[in-house]
Design a protein around this ligand. Structure first.
Ligand SMILES: [Zn+2]
Ligand SMILES: [Zn+2]
Length: 358
C-alpha cells in the first residue's frame, strides 16, 4: 500500500509537471516585439501595412477607419474570398474567420483578434505568393507536417532525375550588386534544393528558353502581381511549370550585411532559396523556422532547409540518393518540427501514465 501510495505520488508529481510544461510552452518562447521595434519608422516600408498597427487588440464588432485595407491584405494573400469592392471598415464575421485562418497558417496563437503578435506578423516583409494552399491529406493525423502545395499539386515532370535550366534577365537587373555576386547567391540556393531531391539546376545563357527565368522588377510589371516599393512584398515566384521568379527591384538586396549597412537590407540568398521552393511546387509552410515560411525580417539570413521543407519537397520528387537526414538534425534542433514531435511524445507519455493509473 505504501509502495503504491509513493508510486502514485511520484507519478502525480510527474503528471502535474508534464501538464504544466505542456501548457507553459508558449511562455518559453521570447515575446514578440511590436512592429515599431523591428521596423524602424524612418524606413516607411509600406505605408498601408504600417497603419495596421492602429488595429492592435481589435476584435469582432470593432469599426476602425482603414480596416478595409486590412481586408484587402487578407484578400490578396488568400484569406478573404469576397469581392474587394464590398470591403467595409467593420470587423465582421468574415474578417474574424480570416484572422483565425491566418493565425493558424502562420503558426500563431489562434485568437481571432488582432493581438500584437498577429499585427506584427501581418506587417512583416513577406513573399507575394498567396498563402492559399493544399495541405497534405494526412495533416489531421500527422499534425507535425506543416508544408503545403499549390492546388493540383503541380511539379516539374520528366525523368526521375531531372535537370532544370535557369537564366537571368539582361534587362531586369540591379546595378549595385555584381552579376557574379547575384549568380553565386542563386547557385548556392539552387544547390540546397538539389542536395535533397534528384533534380539538378544548370545556368543557361539563353533566357528565352530557360526553364526558370529570374529578374528584378519594379511596380506593375505585367503579371498581375505588382510590387509595392521598399519592404512589404519582397518577391514572388510561380508554381510549376511556369518558372518565373521575380524580385522587387525597390528592395536593398544584400549578399553581405557587413558591406550593406541599410536597415532595410534584404538577404538575396534567403529570398532566392524561398522562391525556388515555390518554383519547385511548395506553397507556404506554417513552421516559422522553415524556408517556406512566408515572411523574412530585414537584415536576416535564413538559408538552411529545415526538415519540414525537406519532407515537403521529397514527397513531390523523391530523395536525392546522397541525402541523409542526420546532416539536418543539428540545424533543426530548435525548430517547430522537433518541438512538435516533443509535444506529441510528451502527450503520449502522459496518456500512458494516466492509463497505468486507471
Ligand atoms: Zn513565398
Ligand atoms: Zn512578377
Amino acid at each position: 500500500m505504501f509502495q503504491f501510495f509513493r508510486y502514485y505520488n511520484n507519478t502525480s508529481f510527474f503528471l502535474s509537471l508534464s501538464l504544466c510544461l505542456l501548457f507553459s510552452l508558449p511562455s518559453l518562447f521570447p515575446a514578440r516585439t511590436l512592429p515599431g521595434d523591428f521596423l524602424p519608422a524612418d524606413l516607411s516600408p509600406n505605408a498601408t501595412w504600417n497603419n495596421f498597427v492602429n488595429f492592435i487588440d481589435a476584435g469582432k464588432g470593432a469599426n476602425f477607419s482603414g480596416m478595409s485595407e486590412l481586408k484587402k491584405y487578407f484578400h490578396r494573400f488568400g484569406y478573404l474570398q469576397i469581392v474587394p469592392d464590398n470591403f467595409t471598415d467593420l470587423f465582421d464575421d468574415n474578417l474574424e474567420y480570416a484572422v483565425q485562418n491566418y493565425q493558424k497558417n502562420l503558426g500563431l496563437t489562434v485568437t481571432g483578434r488582432l493581438d500584437a503578435g498577429t499585427v506584427t506578423q501581418i506587417m512583416a516583409p513577406r513573399c507575394g505568393v498567396s498563402d492559399a494552399r493544399k495541405t497534405s491529406s494526412s495533416d489531421e493525423i500527422h499534425v507535425t507536417k506543416h508544408y503545403a502545395y499549390f492546388y493540383g499539386q503541380p511539379r516539374w515532370r520528366g525523368s526521375s532525375h531531372t535537370t532544370l535550366t535557369y537564366a537571368f534577365s539582361r534587362d531586369h537587373t540591379i546595378d549595385y550588386l555584381s552579376p557574379s555576386d547575384v549568380k553565386d547567391a542563386f547557385r548556392r540556393s539552387f544547390s540546397r534544393w538539389s542536395s535533397v531531391i534528384p533534380v539538378n539546376f544548370t545556368e543557361s545563357d539563353t533566357y528565352s528558353t530557360a526553364d526558370i527565368k529570374i529578374g528584378f522588377y519594379g511596380g506593375d510589371h505585367g503579371d498581375g502581381e505588382p510590387f509595392d516599393g521598399v519592404l512589404g512584398v519582397l518577391a514572388h515566384a510561380f508554381s510549376p511549370e511556369n518558372g518565373r521568379l521575380h524580385l522587387d527591384d525597390a528592395e536593398t538586396w544584400a549578399v553581405d550585411f557587413k558591406s550593406s549597412k541599410s536597415k532595410a537590407a534584404v538577404d538575396l540568398e534567403s529570398v532566392a532559396t524561398h522562391e525556388i521552393g515555390h518554383i519547385l511546387g511548395l506553397a507556404h509552410s506554417s513552421v516559422k523556422d522553415a524556408i517556406m515560411y512566408p515572411s523574412l525580417s530585414p537584415r536576416t539570413k535564413k538559408v538552411d532547409l529545415k526538415i519540414d521543407d525537406v519532407e515537403g519537397i521529397q514527397a513531390l520528387y523523391g530523395s536525392n540518393p546522397d541525402f541523409s537526414y542526420s546532416s539536418l538534425m543539428e540545424s533543426d534542433i530548435s525548430s517547430g518540427w522537433v518541438i512538435g514531435r516533443s509535444i506529441k511524445w510528451l502527450t503520449y507519455l502522459v496518456l500512458v501514465i494516466v492509463g497505468i493509473l486507471l
